[in-house]
Design a protein around this ligand. Structure first.
Ligand SMILES: [Zn+2]
Length: 282
């Protein structure tokens, strides 16, 4: 295993810096990557081993330590040459265009990949695991997904109507307000179900390794996903009622435009109002 990209000396310097300002840093969360498409499994395995060691070093100095999985299904096209490759279904929009850095959460093979990375993460022994906000439907450059053939098939079973991408687009955009509302509400429920299914898999995987492991989820405004925070939190808590943590986010990461700050305050306010568990504002 090469540690060239993750020199221990630099990590120790960072810990020394934290130590100099005791009380400022309480916990250290390690991100699995700096790029936003899913990692190949062998790379993820190598990093989980490095993080296991780094978390142990952090704990020796008195810090809690956890892992943030930056890409579960992937955010967008980035570093694709060094990212996951294989027979997986890409996130697909209603016109059939795909995002090559994000995958369909209903794809059975992708679900197996997700199971593997969460198992590796849980077995590395973090104090908690964060799911990042790639678990959503809105990925550059395609916008809203997922309308792959498999997802259309699932929706056809849920709704009792056989849809193609073309006929579904027509149904969502044409007809009376009541007709459009009915199918749009059904699609929101379909999206809630898809995320619920993915979270059931993650919960089972993580809590099989450690039943009390806290799992966290980073959200943003989730209008297209159905804002099902209460139900998703209950799923992530699992049968043993493990702690669930929530990180409302979205949008604004710099201090140069106060207008954006006002917007983000509203984003976070909406998210917090729909979640009653433990929240961490970032
Ligand atoms: Zn799909």
């Amino acid at each position: 295993m090469s540690l060239n990209g993750f020199p221990k000396s630099r990590f120790n310097e960072l810990l020394d810096l934290f130590d100099r300002y005791k009380g400022v840093t309480v916990e250290i969360t390690f991100f699995t990557s700096a790029t936003h498409a899913p990692l190949p499994l062998n790379v993820f395995r190598e990093r989980a081993a490095i993080l296991k060691d780094r978390m142990e070093q952090a704990r020796k100095r008195g810090y809690r330590a956890g892992i943030n999985i930056l890409t579960t299904i992937g955010h967008h096209n980035e570093n694709l040459d060094n990212s996951l490759k294989g027979d997986y279904t890409f996130m697909t929009n209603i016109d059939g265009k795909v995002c090559n850095g994000s995958y369909c959460p209903n794809d059975k093979k992708m679900q197996e990949y997700v199971r593997n990375i969460y198992e590796l993460t849980a077995l590395a022994g973090p104090d908690y695991i964060w799911i990042d906000d790639d678990v959503r439907f809105g990925h550059m450059p395609i916008g809203y997904g997922c309308f792959c053939d498999n997802c259309l098939g699932i929706f056809s079973s849920e709704s009792g109507v056989l849809y193609t991408r073309e006929s579904l687009k027509k149904a969502l955009d044409e007809g009376t307000v009541d007709e459009k509302l009915k199918i749009r509400e059904a699609w929101l429920q379909h999206n809630r179900n898809t995320i619920s299914g993915l979270f059931k898999l993650i919960e089972k995987t993580v809590h099989s390794a450690n039943p009390s492991m806290p799992i966290g989820f980073m959200t943003g405004d989730r209008f297209f996903e159905g804002y099902d925070f209460t139900s998703w939190a209950k799923i992530l808590s699992g049968p043993d009622s493990a702690e669930v943590i929530w990180r409302p986010g979205g949008g604004y990461y710099a201090d140069i435009n106060t207008n954006d700050l006002a917007g983000k305050s509203h984003d976070i306010g909406r998210q917090v109002s729909l979640f009653t568990g433990k929240c961490q504002i970032n």
